[in-house]
Design a protein around this ligand. Structure first.
Ligand code: F3S
Length: 399
């Protein structure tokens, strides 16, 4: 790769071992993808996972003196103070949270602990070159805003945050942003939940290609959040287009950059229903309800609060969200309503964390296939249902 004088200095260790390692990783990625050079990034988001490998790398960079030139926002870990209200935490889990916090703080990250930064705190503009990790975030920033990011790992995004650059390849190039497979959506998508199923099912038909959806009108921000999260749970999709809606797809021709689709597929209502049937545990008695994968918006919190107002939940209900949304929910009285009913709003927390150990072996309900997918390895089972239906189930204790 052709490196600038400054990039060569970073690689050679002029800014310390941590920065040198970050540049070494980026050069290796660039060489693997035949990138000719690096380009500057103006935003970064790191999918901090609070797990051992994540901690190992962050501590190694921090010990090597690395400091972020483009400060990243970060994904949730778990808010131990909030979780202690309903569970007892283990000392080793608590230790990792604190070490992770210390390492990322030392690196200069902005400790947002939020997996939907693209809605509130780290919002790119059209055409901006950025390095974002996190499965729902990358397709959102690429597709909905028209910013340019590869599907970064937490580590590669952190290396870009430290060095301020990323290798020029993949979705940063015009030609790689063209749609590849035309997806006719032959189903009336009635609510945000339908987009969960559309997202999970699409990669089964389109593989790694860039899908171009036709037949979708006016999706909400929650629908788009769900679509991106599931495109990257059922598959591996960093960019999609919606004809007549996303900025790089004013027309079908524009979405494909004048090329012919490699193939065309159709998605129907019976297929979406069958997808849900396949992903969901059977109905019956449930032990809890868990929401916020990705983090809930204030509108989703409002829906829950309105449904449980003045009632008592039959099972505990947990909502994960950003600290900004939690603060808003407090100000607007929603948190108090949900608490009175027997539920909790927890900020800074991800469902793929050991703070949920007390739910292992139990059966919950959620509106998120991604939540159900990740928690399988933690022996949790989920009925997957539209938000309102699942809150009704939490009020009744069964679905
Ligand atoms: Fe967010 Fe964790 Fe789900 S980062 S999208 S709550 S897996």
């Amino acid at each position: 790769m052709k490196l600038t004088k400054e990039e060569k200095a970073m690689l050679a260790g002029a800014y310390g071992e941590g920065t040198s390692l970050a540049m070494k990783v980026l050069v290796a990625i660039g060489e693997a993808y035949d990138a000719p050079y690096m380009v500057p990034v103006t935003r970064t988001h790191v999918a901090l996972s609070n797990q051992e490998a994540d901690l190992w790398f962050a501590e190694r960079l921090a010990k090597g003196g690395a400091v972020c030139r483009v400060r990243p926002t970060v994904n949730p870990s778990f808010n131990w103070r909030a979780c202690e209200e309903f569970t007892q935490l283990e000392a080793e889990d608590l230790a990792i949270v604190k070490r992770t916090h210390a390492a990322y703080t030392k690196l200069g990250a902005i400790m947002t602990y939020d997996c939907t930064p693209y809605l509130e705190r780290n919002v790119p503009r059209f055409g901006e070159t950025i390095a974002f990790s996190e499965s729902s975030a990358t397709p959102f920033v690429n597709s909905v805003y028209g910013a340019r990011s590869n599907r970064e790992s937490a580590q590669s995004a952190l290396c870009s945050a430290v060095t301020g650059v990323t290798p020029y390849y993949g979705f940063l190039l015009d030609e790689n942003r063209a749609g590849e497979v035309l997806v006719h959506v032959d189903a009336d998508l009635q609510d945000d939940f339908d987009y969960q199923m559309l997202g999970y099912l699409t990669p089964r038909k389109t593989g790694f290609a860039v899908p171009v959806f036709e037949g979708i009108t006016g999706p909400s921000k929650e629908a788009l959040m769900n679509l991106g999260a599931e495109l990257n749970t059922g598959g591996n999709v960093a960019l999609y287009h919606i004809v007549g809606f996303t900025p790089e797809a004013p027309t079908r021709e524009a979405a494909f950059q004048g090329r012919k689709p490699q193939k065309e597929v159709t998605i129907t209502r019976p297929e979406l229903d069958a997808m849900r049937e396949e992903l969901s545990a059977p109905g019956g008695k449930i032990d809890f309800a868990l929401y916020g994968c990705p983090h809930f918006t204030i509108d989703q919190v409002t829906t829950v609060a309105e449904m449980v107002k003045g009632k008592t939940l039959a099972v505990p209900l947990f909502i994960m969200t950003s600290s900004l949304t939690k603060n808003l929910a407090q100000k607007m009285g929603y948190e108090e309503i949900i608490r009175q009913a027997g539920g909790y709003i927890i900020d800074d927390t991800c469902m793929d964390q050991p703070c949920w150990k007390f739910l292992y072996g139990k059966k919950g309900i959620t509106d998120s296939p991604k939540c159900a997918y990740y928690t399988k390895r933690r022996q949790m089972e989920f009925v997957i249902a539209p938000l309102k239906d699942s809150v009704t189930a939490a009020l009744e204790g069964r679905y």
